[in-house]
Design a protein around this ligand. Structure first.
Ligand SMILES: *Cc1c(COP(=O)(O)O)cnc(C)c1O
Length: 449
C-alpha cells in the first residue's frame, strides 16, 4: 500500500486524543440519553459519502450529536439496571490497547497481552479459591460468558456419556438471568426449573428435590446465581455444590454482576461453595471498574472447554498448541485484549483498593437500606445480600411510580427504573459506583414522600 493511501492529519489524531482525555477526566452528563432515530438522522445528516465528510466533521458529529444521545453509564446517580464505574486508568488504557492493535486470540500473535490478561484472570480465580491450574478468557459480556460455559459443559457431558442426549437440560431458577434462558435456546436445550426460595435463591435442598423426581437424562449443568440481577441474591452455592458433587453435575456460577464482591471480605463468606464450581463468570464492566465490554470467563479445568472450542484448519496448522490460546475457551477466534484495561487498573491501584471500592458500595447499600427503613413512606422488600436494593412506595400506583421515574430520568436527577418482585412493581437501586454519595441518594428517597 502506498504511504499516502490514508492521508492522515496528525492534528486530527491530537483532537481525538484530547477529547478522550477531557472525557475521561471530566464530569459525567446525567442529561445525556437516547433520542428518537428521526431526530438523530436529521441532526447527523449524511455522514457516509463517496468523498467522506472529513475527520473534523465526523469528530464534531461524535462529540455534539452521538455521545449526548447515549446514557452516562458511570453517572453516580445512574442506579438502574447494572450501571458502570470504570476507573480513569482503565478508560485511558482501553485507548492504548486499541492503539496497539493486538490480536489476542492466539499466543503467537498476542503473547504479552495474553500473559497479562491471564494474571488478572488468575487473581479472580484465586478469589474463588480455585487452583492455579484454572484458566479462561475475557469475552464480550455475561451473555457470551454464560453461553460459552454452558456449551462447554454440554460438550463435556456428551463426552462423558459417549453419545448425544435426546434432549439437553440446564437446571436454573426463574431468578436466573435472562441470558441463561437464551443460552439454553441457542443450545437447543430446555430449562429444568428449580423453585427459588422467598428471597429468590436456589437452595441445595430444592435442587436435590427436583433431581430426585427427575430421570437425570441429558443434564448439562446447574446454572446458579452468584448475585441475581433483579435482587442481588446469592444462591446457596455450598448446598448446590454438594448436590452437584454427588451427581457429577457441572456447576456454573453466573456472577456477572455479583462475583465482583468476591474481593470484598464482608461479602466473601456468602459465596462459600464457589470454590467447588466448574465454571464462573464475572463482568468487570459492571462492578470491577472496567470499561465495556468485558466478561471474565473461568473454568476449573480449562482443557474441557478447549476440547469444545479449539478450532482446527489447514490455515491454523502452525498455531502453537502448547501455549495458551484464548480462542480455545469460548465461541470466538479473533479477539481484542479486552481484559487489559482491567489488568492496567488493577496493576495501577492494587487489589486492596479494589476491595475497598467494592466495600464502599456494599456499605452504601446497607446505609440506604437503613434510610429506607427509617422512612414511614417507604418499605424495604428485603435486606440486601449485595448492592442491589429493592423497596416499595406504599400508597403510590404503578403509574405514579413510573411517572416519578420518568421525570427524574428526563431531568437528569436520578436513573431509577422500577422492576417487579413476586409480581409486584417495586423500586430498585443498584450501586456499583464508589462515587455515589449517600446524601444524594437520601434526597432521592425524600422525593418519594
Ligand atoms: C448482566 C448480567 C448478565 C449478562 O451480562 P452482559 O454482559 O450484559 O451480557 C448475565 N448474568 C447476570 C447475573 C447479569 O447481571
Amino acid at each position: 500500500m502506498p504511504e499516502d493511501a490514508w492521508p492522515t492529519d496528525p492534528a486530527l489524531i491530537d483532537r481525538v486524543l484530547e477529547w478522550s482525555r477531557q472525557r475521561i477526566l471530566g464530569p459525567t452528563d446525567p442529561n445525556a440519553g437516547a433520542r428518537p432515530a428521526p431526530e438523530l438522522e436529521r441532526r447527523l445528516g449524511t455522514t457516509i459519502t463517496p468523498e467522506g465528510i472529513g475527520g473534523d466533521a465526523a469528530l464534531a458529529a461524535f462529540t455534539d450529536v452521538i455521545v449526548p444521545a447515549t446514557r452516562a453509564q458511570a453517572d453516580p446517580l445512574n442506579l438502574a439496571y447494572v450501571p458502570a464505574a470504570p476507573t480513569a486508568a482503565a478508560l485511558a488504557f482501553d485507548g492504548a490497547v486499541s492503539a496497539a492493535g493486538i490480536f489476542a486470540g492466539t499466543w503467537e500473535a498476542g503473547a504479552g497481552a495474553i500473559h497479562a490478561e491471564n494474571q488478572a484472570l488468575a487473581w479472580l480465580a484465586s478469589l474463588a479459591g480455585w487452583p492455579s491450574t484454572a484458566g479462561g478468557v475475557f469475552v464480550s459480556g455475561g451473555t457470551m460468558g454464560n453461553l460459552s460455559a454452558l456449551a462447554a459443559a454440554r460438550w463435556w457431558a456428551e463426552q462423558e456419556r459417549g453419545r448425544p442426549a435426546h434432549r439437553w437440560r440446564v437446571v436454573a431458577t426463574g431468578e436466573a438471568h435472562s441470558s441463561i434462558r437464551t443460552a439454553a435456546k441457542v443450545m437447543d436445550a430446555e430449562i429444568l426449573p428449580v423453585p427459588a426460595d422467598g428471597r429468590g435463591r436456589m437452595t441445595g435442598d430444592a435442587l436435590a428435590r427436583v433431581l430426585e423426581d427427575d430421570d437425570g437424562d441429558g443434564l448439562v449443568a446447574v446454572a446458579a446465581s452468584g448475585g441475581t440481577t433483579n435482587a442481588g441474591a446469592i444462591d446457596d452455592l455450598a448446598g448446590i455444590a454438594d448436590v452437584c458433587g454427588e451427581r457429577g453435575l457441572w456447576l456454573h456460577v453466573d456472577g456477572a454482576y455479583g462475583a465482583a464482591a468476591l474481593c470484598a471480605p464482608s461479602a466473601r463468606p456468602r459465596f462459600e461453595g464457589i470454590e467447588r464450581a466448574d465454571s464462573f463468570i464475572v463482568d468487570p464492566h459492571k462492578w470491577l471498574f472496567a470499561p465495556y465490554d468485558c466478561c471474565a470467563l473461568l473454568y476449573r479445568v480449562p482443557e474441557r472447554a478447549a476440547s469444545a472450542y479449539r478450532q482446527t484448519a489447514s490455515y491454523l496448522e502452525h498455531i502453537d498448541r502448547d501455549e495458551w490460546n484464548p480462542s480455545d475457551y469460548a465461541v470466538h477466534l479473533s479477539r481484542r485484549a479486552r481484559g487489559l484495561p482491567l489488568w492496567f487498573s488493577l496493576a495501577t491501584h492494587g487489589t486492596r483498593r479494589y476491595a475497598e471500592a467494592v466495600e464502599t458500595t456494599l456499605a452504601l447499600a446497607r446505609s440506604v437500606a437503613d434510610e429506607v427503613r427509617r422512612r414511614p413512606h417507604l418499605e424495604l422488600v428485603m435486606e440486601p445480600d449485595l448492592s442491589v436494593l429493592l423497596f416499595r412506595r406504599p400508597g403510590w400506583s404503578e403509574e405514579q411510580v413510573r411517572a416519578w421515574s420518568t421525570a427524574n430520568a428526563r431531568d437528569g436527577v436520578v436513573l431509577c427504573v422500577p422492576t417487579r418482585w413476586a409480581g409486584e412493581q417495586v423500586l430498585r437501586f443498584c450501586f456499583v459506583n464508589p462515587a455515589t454519595s449517600l446524601s444524594a441518594v437520601v434526597a432521592v428517597l425524600d422525593s418519594l414522600a
